[in-house]
Design a protein around this ligand. Structure first.
Ligand code: DMJ
Length: 591
């Protein structure tokens, strides 16, 4: 039998009485009003009702905005993006709401392949006129597919064990932080986009949007953060057209500016992003020469992109200052003091660590600014002459050309070459393409061959960090590797040079060299959860993994492999873009 149960409530009679009483008194009050008074009431009530209906959408909008601002000012968590949302977004074509610019769209147009029409014209109108998305269609051949798969493998391990941190430690399944800025993500974004890895790209973008914060009480290195983070954000902005990246670049640029408040204008090496205090490195009163001269492309691009002239002014001042300092045949010592603005006497001259990208950015700044700043061209030409005169030597046995170092204030020559120096053939080829002296190409080809030998002559087919060359004994081997220099950090410089040389010569041998080296990376550095630096390229049976995957492996090494293996010579057009020192492409000024 159904039975309904009730609970008895005893309402105090005083309360019940008072409710009834107040209703009655309201009715009595209404009845006592005159007809005129009641009409006035009706008019007032109806007007309020009409106003409410009219202004309701405005009130709603304001309420939305307030909650949005509140959300934005809530500290973001290191969160992984929603899988389902990302999958749905990844199904959309890149740049569907943007105007195509070049990249593969231009290549397909030349080759009469039809592109789907750009969708959603209404949204196109809202895009800034100067900013168009470049569209990439993904790997086209087996080698490119293998590189894209390597990128996905590296990304997967990073996502699983180091998400939001700077670097992955792939063996221990842990992470490493340096600046606490998610370096691997910000460095990878344009590579993911160029490879058309949509899901991964959207994961990265989502993290940047929700979790990348610069208001941290942390010291960072101006150069490293500029080439990796500022460069990464700017190139992502230029390729995708997404203003999220520009907003981040502006915020960061502002926080880096205090570095330039030194007595000489030469920047201090470090700055606290939270309290904006800049200072020299803890271990020395000096900044590295390559560091203070390898920030110009990025800061200038920030000015071009925002219209705020402070960024370009700061770095122009540095370049102009260094231009007038005394040098050795155009070559610079590797340390400079931010207070005095002078080079450290007796410091080494090298195209390797701490010197390398000074020479690279002389040329690239000249290209970026539309070949208008004459002193940059002159300084570059003088420096390459200085390299040929003072640093280039050949081995006794096979005549291999290499670039050594001058130590003790340009007095002692050391037949030692860092792998970092192998960026030079690419830069020389880029220079010749832009009208620099033709004999630079011969130097580029000879040095490229030697760099290739630093790979080919090890049993792993991977180059060591540093190689020594034999210049006194014609019977001894051309090169030797000291035990402490036998590590390989997954660096990009040689692959970078192969790409430039292939771009400007069309010689497919360079692709084949690259492919052999890519396979060596696969064999000796690939592990279950990513790729690892190794300690010994001389011991194939035990390469001694270092348990570290640097962000430049994804930003540079894999990107240059992918570009090198492309069938499309204009996948990224070197007449439109100049690559920064971390492989982030930035537009060349046409103004
Ligand atoms: C990168 O961070 C940059 O290429 C830098 O200019 C030099 N070293 C590493 C890669 O080897």
């Amino acid at each position: 039998m159904n039975s309904t149960k009730y609970i008895a409530l005893n309402i105090p009679s005083s309360l019940a009485d008072s409710t009834v009483k107040s209703r009655r008194s309201l009715w009595r009050w209404w009845n006592q009003l005159s007809r005129f008074q009641r009409s006035l009431f009706y008019v007032g009530f109806t007007s309020i009702l009409l106003m409410l209906i009219y202004f309701w959408p405005v009130l709603e909008q304001r309420r939305d905005n307030i909650s949005k601002i509140a959300l934005e000012s809530t500290p973001a968590m290191q969160q992984l993006p929603e899988e389902s949302a990302l999958k749905a977004a990844a199904a959309e074509p890149f740049g569907a709401n943007k105007v195509e610019q070049q990249g593969e769209a231009a290549y397909d147009a030349e080759n009469e392949i039809k592109q789907p029409a750009a969708a959603n014209e209404a949204q196109q109108v809202e895009e800034p006129i100067s900013q168009k998305a470049v569209r990439f269609k993904g790997p086209k051949n087996e080698r490119q597919k293998a590189v894209a798969a390597a990128m996905q493998h590296a990304w997967k391990g990073y996502k699983k064990y180091a998400w939001g941190h700077d670097h992955l430690k792939p063996l221990s399944g842990a992470y490493h932080d340096w600046f606490y800025l998610g370096l691997t993500i910000v460095d990878s974004i344009d590579t993911l986009y160029i490879m058309n890895l949509k899901k991964e790209y959207l994961e990265a973008k989502d993290w940047v949007e929700k979790s990348l914060r610069f208001d941290k009480n942390r010291d960072v290195n101006l150069f490293e953060v500029t080439i990796r983070v500022l460069g990464g954000m700017l190139s992502a902005y230029h390729l995708t057209g997404d203003k999220i990246f520009l907003g981040k670049a502006m915020d960061l640029g502002e926080r880096l500016l205090p570095c330039f408040d030194s007595p000489s204008g030469v920047p201090f090496s470090d700055v606290n992003l939270g309290n904006h205090k800049a200072h020299s490195p803890k271990w020395s009163p000096d900044s590295s020469t390559s560091e203070v001269t390898t920030i110009q492309l990025e800061f200038r691009d920030l000015t071009y992109s925002t219209g705020d002239s402070r960024f370009e002014e700061a770095v122009n001042k540095v370049s102009e200052h260094i231009h007038v300092l005394p040098k050795t045949e155009g070559l610079v010592p590797i340390f400079i003091n931010a207070n005095t603005g002078q080079f450290r006497v007796f410091s080494t001259i090298t195209l390797g660590a701490r010197g390398d990208s000074y020479y690279e950015y002389l040329l690239k700044q000249w290209i970026q600014t539309g070949k208008k700043i004459e002193y940059l061209r002159e300084d570059y030409i003088e420096a390459i002459q200085g390299v040929q005169k003072l640093l280039v030597k050949r081995t006794s046995k096979s005549g291999l050309l290499f670039i050594g170092e001058l130590q003790s204030g340009a007095r002692d020559f050391k037949p030692k070459m860092d792998h970092l120096t192998c960026y030079l053939p690419g830069t020389l080829a880029l220079g010749v393409h832009n009208g620099m002296p033709q004999d630079h190409m011969k130097l580029a080809e000879d040095l490229l061959w030697t760099c290739y030998q630093t790979y080919a002559q090890t049993p792993t087919f991977l180059a060591p960090e540093i190689t020594y060359f034999q210049i006194q004994d014609a019977n001894a081997a051309d090169m030797y590797i000291k035990t402490n220099d036998a590590h390989n950090l997954l660096r990009p410089e040689f692959i970078e040079s192969l790409w430039y040389m292939y771009q400007f010569t069309g010689n497919k041998t360079y692709q084949d060299w690259g492919w052999t080296i890519f396979q060596a990376f696969e064999k000796y550095t690939k592990v279950t959860n990513g790729y690892t630096s190794i300690n010994n390229v001389k011991a194939p049976a035990n390469v001694k993994p270092k348990d570290m995957m640097e962000s430049f492996f994804l930003s540079e090494t894999l990107k240059y492999f992918y570009l090198l293996f492309s069938d499309n010579p204009k996948l990224i057009d070197l007449d439109e873009y100049v690559f920064n020192s971390e492989a982030h492409p930035l537009p060349i000024s046409k103004g």
